[in-house]
Structures are given as C-alpha cells and as structure tokens.
Design a protein. Structure first.
Length: 470
C-alpha cells in the first residue's frame, strides 16, 4: 500500500513538473495566478551606454537609452514585486525615432538601440532561471512609415490602399485603413500571412519566449488571428497570447476571444475601473463590468490593468486624492480573478498624461520609501495566498459609493470594502457567514459579523480588508 502511494506521489510530481513546462522550447504555461510586469524598454533602465546613439533624454518623442541589458540588470527588482512574467515592447529594428518599438523597419533584426539577439536570449534564459516568463510584443498590422518594402516591386501587393480610418464603426475600414498613417499590411495576401507566421515562429525558436502580446488586434482580420494562433499552438501548445483589443464594447471584445487568442487586455473592465475609482465616481460602472465579464469564455486569462502606454497614467486622471484612488484601483486588480498587468511605475504611483507623457523614464530614486510601493508589495504578498488563488470572487450588495466583495474558499474568506467617496459613511452588509470576529489584514481593527450582518463605519476613501473563517 505504502509503495503504491509513494509511486503515485512520484508520478504526480512528475506530471506536475511536466505540465507547467512544454517539452518543446521549455515554454511555460500561463494561468490566472500570473502577474505581468509591462516594460517600455527604452524608458526603463539604461544598462549599456554604448548603444545610446540617437538618444535625447530631454525629448519625450526621442530615444532615452533604456535597453535589454537594463532589464537584465533589474530582474531582481521585477521578481521582488511578485511578477511571474515580463512583457516588453517590440524589439524588432525600428526606424530612427521608434523608441516604443511599433515602427518596424526589419522584422528579423533586434533594434541595435535595445541590444542584440544574444541579449534577448540572455534575458529569456535569466528570467526562466528566476521562474519568470517573457512575453514579446508583436506587430503585424503595419510597418514603420519608411519601410523599405514600400519602394520594392516584390512587395507591391503587401499593402492595403493608403486610406485613413474615418468611420471607426466600419470594420472593413478599421482592418484595412492606415492607422495613424502607418503603412497597412494586406492580410488577404497569402504571402503576408505566411511571412508573419514564419516570422513569429522564428522569434519563438530563437529566443525561447513564452508568449506574445498581439498589437492592434482589431485592425487585422479575425481569420488571420485564428490561423496564426492555431499554427503557433500546433507547434507550441502552451504558448500564450495576450491580444490588444482596444474596445469597451463587450460583444465586440468577445468576438475576438472566439479566435483562439488566450487572453485579452480587458478594456471593458478598465473602463469600469477608471470611472469608479475617482472623484464623483460610481461603483455601479465597475459592478456592471464585473457582471458582464462572466460572459467571456475564459475571463480569468484576460489582462486587467489601470493604465498603459496608450492611456493616461491612472494618478493623472485625478485632481484630488490621486494616491488614495491609485491604491483602491490596485487593490481591485490585485485581488480580481484575472492576470494583473502592471505597467512599469504603477507600483510607485507614477503619473503622466497622454502619450508620450505616460512613457516617462522609470523613477528609480527612493523606491523603498515610496508609500504606494509599500502598499503594492502588501497587495502582492496577499495575492500569493491560497485564499485568493483558490477562492471564488463574489460581489456584495452595496450603494454606488462603496464597492464590496468577498473572496472565499470552503474554509476561509477575505472581505474587501472600499469607500470611493471623500466622506464618512456607514455600510451594512448582508453575509451568509457564521457569527464571528473578523480581523483586518491592514491594521489591528476587529469587527463582528452577527446574524449574517456586518455594520461598519468607513472613513473617507477607506480601504478595508478582513480575514475570517467559514
Ligand atoms: Ca542604452
Ligand atoms: Ca490593418
């Protein structure tokens, strides 16, 4: 009996170690327990001054010198935040001022400002050694403005006709128009489709990355994405795709989850977050987005975020109390069952208005003393607990000025109560829980649940998290 049990244990351990790791290329599988740290490489950390040509740190639209070696040097920091994956902006060779990586000149070369293919391989290898995965941003919709293909006879049928997108509700225009004047690639041409599938496989084989963030998904036909995902997953079954579908329309958004893309940057929830955690906000917006989220096939594989390189940084939305609202929004995304995508600087409350102001250089000074940083680390530690990993998330009935939810397993629970109003308030929650005293995980506060009711006085912009047993 003992021997059978032991071999079962050994077998289970074997299966567990194999299932987290694809046999080809050692690709590591993603789950909702991941946390992605998103880096705009040029703005993160300058690890090699020898590649700093074309750099002008005073100009927000020019290169600032950050590079792959800089990320390698900061891997300990990234890991310390609780990150399990790193998403980096495209590394393909860009035209002169393509500091962000989205103006690609050569799809098969690493941009020399960022480093070399060897640097990229080292970044992936070292990340894997630290149990972190790497996601490469991948662009197929367009080339840079001055692509050499534009003047080459052989590529004559590779581009769509030069038209701007004027009607954004016309899908044909959205797919075939030139986005921001960028030469738009023609995906009805089989050569273009094959080129990008082969190119993507080349990057995976060369570098060992675990996933791709797919840029401008809605500007490329859905049938291409289905083929792209299928062909790559044929070869690398656990390879992860995070699709950027920039739309708050739930039905439209859902139509892309049917293409096979693993998860998407959840813009409907983002909209709920930024209209709730703000002055004169309304928690109904987020509550509705949460209810609609359950319509998606696999909502927990979507990326959840408070801002990114295309949107105003979260604290800059707020005239008053930016730090308090920032903490509230972080509290939500670090407890909701989906994959938090932390844009570099979220963890220290970096601000910045629209592009390119939302792409300022990472602020490395006095991080340890930063109030938001300490709170973020608290949230990250809490997120690693079994109750959040295994528990189910349930919204509780409250008024429009408070958000409350419970995350529960059969044995224990965490109860979240957030006051988005800048004034005192009293909340009464109806809870199907045994009578008990519940203890705050943030301070010494203890409150009582009695006869399935909990009554609590909240301070302005309060965040309370309590732990209890079932
Ligand atoms: Ca550099
Ligand atoms: Ca297009």
């Amino acid at each position: 009996m003992k021997r059978i049990l032991l071999s079962f244990v050994i077998f289970s351990v074997l299966v567990a170690s194999l299932s987290g790791c694809n046999s080809k290329n050692n690709i590591r599988e993603f789950s909702k327990d991941d946390m992605i740290y998103f880096i705009l490489t040029d703005r993160f950390y300058d690890g090699d001054i020898d590649n700093n040509y074309d750099v002008d740190k005073n100009n927000p639209k020019k290169r600032h010198g950050g590079d792959l070696r800089g990320i390698i040097q900061k891997l300990d920091y990234i890991k310390s935040l609780g990150s399990t994956a790193i998403w980096i902006t495209p590394i393909m060779k860009n035209e002169k001022d393509g500091y962000h990586g989205y103006w690609i000149e050569d799809f098969y070369e690493v941009d020399p400002h960022l480093g070399t293919l060897e640097d990229m391989k080292e970044l992936v290898k070292k990340s894997h050694d630290m149990d972190m995965k790497v996601i490469l941003d991948y662009v197929v919709n367009h080339t840079g403005y001055n692509s050499p293909w534009l003047d080459d006879e052989n590529y004559r049928d590779w581009f769509n006709e030069n038209k701007t997108i004027s009607n954004w509700s016309n899908q044909e225009e959205v797919e075939n128009g030139w986005l921001a004047g960028l030469p738009d690639l023609n995906f009805s041409n089989v050569e273009v489709r094959e080129y990008f599938i082969e190119n993507a496989l080349w990057w995976i084989e060369q570098t060992g990355i675990d996933g791709m963030r797919l840029d401008t998904v809605k500007h490329v036909p859905r049938d291409f994405w289905s083929e792209f995902v299928e062909r790559i997953n044929d070869k690398y079954p656990d390879f992860f795709f995070l699709g950027e579908v920039w739309s708050e329309n739930v039905r439209y958004f859902k139509s892309y989850s049917d293409t096979g893309i693993t998860g998407m940057t959840n813009y409907p929830l983002y909209k709920g977050i930024i209209t709730t955690f703000r002055e004169y906000g309304n928690t109904n917006n987020l509550k509705t987005a949460i209810r609609e989220d359950s319509n998606f096939t696999n909502p927990s594989m979507n990326g959840i975020f408070i801002d990114n390189h295309d949107n105003i940084r979260f604290p800059s939305i707020h005239r008053n109390n930016p730090v308090e609202y920032h903490k509230q929004a972080l509290t939500f995304i670090m407890s909701y069952p989906a994959i938090p995508v932390i844009y570099y600087g979220n963890e220290i409350g970096m601000d910045g208005h629209d592009d390119p102001d939302n792409r300022r250089d990472m602020q490395w000074d006095n991080i340890e003393g930063n109030e938001v940083f300490q709170y973020f680390n608290f949230l990250s530690n809490l997120r690693s607990e079994a109750v959040i990993r295994e528990g189910s998330f349930n919204l509780l009935e409250t008024d429009n000025f408070t958000l409350s939810y419970i995350i529960e397993t059969p044995d224990e629970f965490l109860l979240y109560i957030i006051n988005i109003f800048d004034r005192d308030t009293i909340v009464e929650l109806s809870l199907d829980l045994p009578d008990q005293e519940v203890r705050s995980v943030l301070d010494d506060d203890v409150i009582s649940i009695s006869n399935n009711l909990l009554k609590i006085d909240l301070k302005p912009l309060d965040i309370r998290i309590y732990r209890g047993t079932k």
